[in-house]
Design a protein around this ligand. Structure first.
Ligand SMILES: NC(=O)c1ccc[n+]([C@@H]2O[C@H](COP(=O)([O-])OP(=O)(O)OC[C@H]3O[C@@H](n4cnc5c(N)ncnc54)[C@H](O)[C@@H]3O)[C@@H](O)[C@H]2O)c1
Length: 360
């Protein structure tokens, strides 16, 4: 199959859909891989790295789309790319259709085969192509939170790990899913005192089993959140209600209970956020302050660490890409139920139930 990797053109997106290691696996199976020049540079991969494993470098995005039977990307196509997508072309990437009517209508019109990373689902009901980005965001949440706790950027002026003779900072994590556990691991590693909350006791038992003793678990309720926010320095939101908006666990009035300079990191911002005062921010201007409380609400946190994120993403997409390339999309989806759940729009028809009727 002819596979094309365009350069991402969405604002501030430096990830790329395939690493040289992925190209190596595809060319070994006699597939042809086209990659747009400099597409991998933001992630630390250069044209010569791709050429060495057999990729063909193309000068323009138009050439990549026109020569390829399958396009592999990271972010959803933006308006400039809509006219480049052809009938019957497979497009394998994050789409997040429910949040964009123009994208949904453009892909229906294109008659392409849109397979969305975010809806590929394994037997346990987890989303294998979303997990690595939650892992990145969970770990980054602590890194960012620790930075914004510094005084010059309006934080409380606390070193999370403390020093001998001075108590460490306190981190409260809402949600003990992928984001929450990774955040807890990082915060505990820094030496902070960590409390992690969930409404799912199985998750709390898991955390209790695998994380060190200075990570405390707590059942999440409004009462317990109201108590804990008074004494914690960094609060990380990582809750998810599948298919729904995040519940607002911290309301505007609760900010008054926090100490000035407390830092809130809302990782769940992409699902509307779990703090009432959350509004999405960007890497250029990541924070804002309300009632002396610092808010960090960047919706694409993994985009700031493209080297790590590209490798983490392509580690999990490659097996599916190989299957699609070797068998074609129909046979690949017939033989792999997880992959078939990624089919969102096929040749003008909506295949993903949750999308039906959303935009009339
Ligand atoms: N901002 C970013 O760049 C970025 C990157 C990756 C993921 N995310 C988002 O982070 C969020 C979390 O993702 P995840 O992969 O960890 O999800 P997950 O499903 O693994 O975990 C969510 C957890 O929230 C818990 N939960 C639900 N309601 C709760 C409540 N009322 N109180 C406490 N806990 C509750 C669930 O029981 C679950 O354990 C998602 O919205 C995801 O889209 C954001």
């Amino acid at each position: 199959m002819k596979i094309g990797i365009p350069k991402e053109i969405k604002n501030n997106e430096s990830r790329v859909g395939m690493t040289p290691a992925g190209v190596f696996e595809l060319t070994k199976k006699n597939h042809t891989v086209f990659i747009q020049t400099t597409a991998g540079e933001g992630s630390g991969f250069f044209d010569k790295d791709y050429q060495e494993v057999g990729a063909i470098i193309l000068a323009t995005i138009e050439e990549v789309y026109s020569k390829s039977e399958m396009i592999v990307k990271v972010k959803e196509p933006i308006a400039l790319e809509y006219p480049l997508i052809k009938e019957n072309q497979i497009v394998f990437t994050y789409f997040h259709f429910a949040s964009s009517e123009p994208l949904t209508k453009a892909m229906i019109k294109s008659k392409s085969v849109c397979i969305a990373y975010e809806t590929v689902e394994d037997e346990e009901g987890t989303l294998p192509l979303l997990t690595p980005m939650s892992e990145v965001a969970g770990r980054m949440a602590v890194q960012q939170g620790a930075k914004y706790l510094e005084k010059p950027i309006k934080g409380r002026g606390i070193l999370l790990g403390g020093v001998p003779g001075v108590a460490p900072g306190k981190v409260l994590i809402l949600g003990a899913g992928v984001v929450g556990v990774q955040a807890a691991k990082m915060a505990a590693g820094l030496g902070a005192h960590v409390t992690i909350m969930d409404i799912n006791m199985k998750r709390l038992r898991y955390v209790n089993d695998v994380l060190p003793n200075h990570v405390t678990t707590a059942f999440s309720s409004e009462y317990s959140i109201r108590q804990l926010i008074k004494t914690h320095d960094l609060i990380i939101g990582g809750v998810l209600v599948k298919g729904g908006k995040a519940p607002k666990l911290i309301t505007r009035d609760m900010l008054k209970e926090m100490r000035p300079g407390t830092v809130l990191v809302d990782v769940a911002v992409d699902q509307g956020g779990c703090f009432e005062t959350t509004k999405a921010t960007t890497h250029e201007d990541p924070t804002y302050i309300i009632n002396d409380v610092v808010h960090y609400c960047v919706a694409n946190m993994p985009g700031a660490v493209p080297y790590t994120s590209t490798i983490a993403l392509t580690n999990v997409t490659l097996a599916y890409i190989l299957k699609l390339a070797n068998l074609g999309w129909e046979k690949a989806c017939e033989s792999d139920l997880s992959l078939s759940k990624g089919l969102n729009i096929v040749k003008g028809e909506i295949m993903y139930k949750e999308l039906e009727g959303i935009f009339g």
